[in-house]
Design a protein around this ligand. Structure first.
Ligand SMILES: [Zn+2]
Length: 213
């Protein structure tokens, strides 16, 4: 768990490789269910297409369906996003007799997150990704591979939108971490998302391996 831009996706990829877990990203599951044409998918599409927030019970139903289809270890990413979702998930997992083992919490400073996300650029022609600070093109504003093509920024990634996403995260999702800190049987692994990605991965892997032993 952690704010947008804390580096969750990068860490998720590394952990999946390290532990051979299945990666369940709520965003991927939403998109798959929506395009499957199932009854649940249609319900979901009605909210998403109207730009509305998907209600907790629909989110939980869909995630529970995906979770029960996994045989073996799994990692949740982007879910639960509210305390109500966390409580419903706990109930489902208790019934299935496979409670959560650990929560990885990534923290990062708002200004660092804004710098990371707001600096992202993409080439509209070849889709190559850049970052104005961390991975700049040879000529500012233009793709290295496509002559004369100007790089663009996703509207989601502009500073004002990132600050809005951070506010929503603090209001809705941060309380979920507090909820989990109150669960005695659950290990919480806190990592500093301001650090280098490889360093963070090492810390998480060490903590989770100790837990496994
Ligand atoms: Zn290009």
């Amino acid at each position: 768990m952690g704010p947008p831009g804390a580096g969750k996706g990068t860490q998720a990829e590394r952990l999946v490789k390290q532990f051979g877990m299945k990666h369940l990203s709520s965003g991927d599951i939403f998109r798959a269910e929506k395009s499957s044409g199932s009854e649940l998918g249609e319900k979901l599409a009605s909210y998403m297409d109207a730009g509305q927030l998907v209600p907790d019970d629909v989110v939980v139903e869909m995630m529970a369906k995906a979770i029960t289809q996994v045989d073996g270890g799994l990692m949740l990413d982007g879910f639960p996003r509210t305390v109500a979702q966390a409580e419903a998930l706990d109930k489902q997992l208790l019934e299935a007799n496979s409670p959560l083992d650990a929560i990885v919490v990534m923290v990062a400073e708002d200004d660092i997150i804004v710098k990371r996300i707001a600096g992202r650029r993409t080439c509209p022609a070849c889709k190559r990704g850049y970052h104005v600070t961390f991975m700049p093109p040879k000529t500012e504003g233009y793709c290295d591979d496509c002559e004369g093509v100007e790089l663009t920024q996703r509207s989601d990634d502009c500073e004002a939108t990132v600050r809005q996403r951070l506010e929503a995260y603090r209001a809705q999702t941060e309380p979920v971490i507090g909820y989990y800190r109150g669960c005695e049987s659950l290990a919480i692994v806190d990592v500093d998302g301001n650090l280098d990605a490889a360093l963070i991965a090492g810390e998480i892997i060490e903590a989770l391996t100790a837990l496994e032993a």
